[in-house]
Design a protein around this ligand. Structure first.
Ligand code: PLP
Length: 399
């Protein structure tokens, strides 16, 4: 046995063979804890993708589903920005379906298959749906995706292309999440939603982000900036660094900077206020659509990890987000989804506010590809001109 499951609320311990998703005693979320904390990282170099860290992933056998997820570049931007902090970006847009969600999907669909699931279900109007659908396709596991009826067609075409059955529900994304849970209770389908409250395995895939950052940077950065929607990926980044500290591989963990769009920032509100997360009653539209959750299901866990790291939480405006998006594309050739670029915006803003100091080494996780939301780049149309079909007219327009 490689790991145990521990209830986050009542601390009861269950064996990995139980195959549980939530605590049977109190229904709270479970945490995967490895029995040997000393394990060497990246100990399975011959395996593809995130599975190089096999001994720190919750599969018993090597029969996982992989498409080479992870192993994304960590790029140094420091010299080309006008800022005075040392900036690196982890470009997650290079994952098989275009976002870091392939890390949790690879683990959760593999785990469901290992446990003999009849299929997998995911409620998502964002990037989790196509990721789970792709890994289900590759693993030959039936996949059901639940989305609100008002979701624009462009947001489900990718998942549908992978062969998932898309069920549009006349309700909100929260209603879809509830129905996913019911389906998992009543059928042999396993719930692969990317919230720790319903699936404790998927977060383990996310934590490989921290392992890779250390392997690539060869030192612990001062800050890691993470976009927050539900709070799952931030918690996983925290867990990854904590595990490396526990194993004696590193002596300190980086400070974690949580970043949300100001128009939908329930976690930042809790961090700057009384520490209690409240569901936002009114949410303004934001270009960072895949992180616009009025209530973050893993918010408490995320707040814990921020505090343990002596981190911070910050909200950025629509203007700041779009300025980062075009800075990344126009100056560095990186097409980032606005939801992912908030991490970069957050670093800049935290530096302006004196939270991040001169010379500190910072990593921004750019969680997804701009191709996911190409309509956000309409401002780029400024660079488009039409001319008559002759070389003279074209030459007059070159500069
Ligand atoms: C899902 C997602 C996030 C946020 O992840 P959470 O775990 O919900 O906080 C950030 N960026 C992108 C591109 C995403 O798809």
């Amino acid at each position: 046995m490689k790991y145990q499951l521990i209830c986050q609320a009542c601390n009861k311990i269950f064996s990995s063979e139980s195959g549980l998703y939530t605590c049977p005693a109190c229904q709270s979320s479970l945490r995967v804890e490895y029995l040997d904390p000393r394990t060497v990282f990246k100990d399975h170099n011959q395996l593809p993708g995130i599975w190089k860290y096999f001994s720190k992933l919750p599969l018993e056998s090597e029969s996982f589903i992989s498409m080479g997820e992870g192993c994304t570049p960590l790029l140094h931007l420091g010299n080309r920005t006008s800022s005075t902090i040392d900036i690196w970006v982890k470009n997650e847009s290079l994952n098989p379906t275009g976002t870091y969600k392939d890390r949790p999907a690879s683990v959760s669909v593999s785990k469901a298959k290992e446990l003999g699931a009849k299929g997998v279900v995911v409620a998502s109007d964002g990037n989790a749906a196509p990721a789970v659908a792709a890994y289900a396709a590759k693993g030959d596991v039936p996949c059901i995706v639940l989305m609100p009826q008002k979701t624009p067609e462009l947001r489900y075409l990718q998942a549908a292309a992978y062969g998932a059955k898309i069920i549009l529900i006349d309700g909100s994304i929260n209603d879809c999440l509830d129905i996913a849970r019911e389906i998992a209770n009543k059928t042999g389908y396993h719930n692969c939603c990317t919230a720790n409250t319903v699936n404790p395995y998927q977060i383990e895939g996310n934590k490989t982000l921290s392992f890779e950052i250390l392997d690539q940077l060869l030192e612990v950065p001062d800050w890691v900036a993470v976009p927050v929607g539900g709070g799952g990926v931030l918690s996983a980044v925290g867990k990854g660094f904590q595990e490396m500290k526990k194993s004696g591989r590193i002596e300190r963990i980086p400070r974690i900077l949580a970043v949300q769009a100001q128009n939908c920032a329930p976690l930042v509100a809790a961090f700057s206020g009384d520490g209690v997360i409240r569901k936002l009653e009114q949410v303004q539209d934001t270009i960072a659509i895949t992180i616009a959750l009025p209530y973050p299901p893993d918010g408490e866990m995320a707040l814990d990890y921020i505090k343990q790291s002596n981190g911070h939480a910050i909200a950025v405006t629509e203007e700041e987000i779009m300025s980062s998006v075009f800075h990344l594309s126009g100056k560095h050739g990186i097409l980032s989804e606005p939801s992912g670029a908030v991490s970069f915006s957050g670093l800049m803003k935290a530096h302006d506010q004196g939270i991040i100091q001169y010379g500190e080494k910072c990593v921004a996780i750019l969680t997804g590809s701009g191709l996911k939301t190409i309509e956000a780049f309409k401002k780029g149309l400024e660079n488009v001109i039409s001319v008559p079909n002759d070389i003279e007219s074209v030459l007059t327009k070159l500069n």
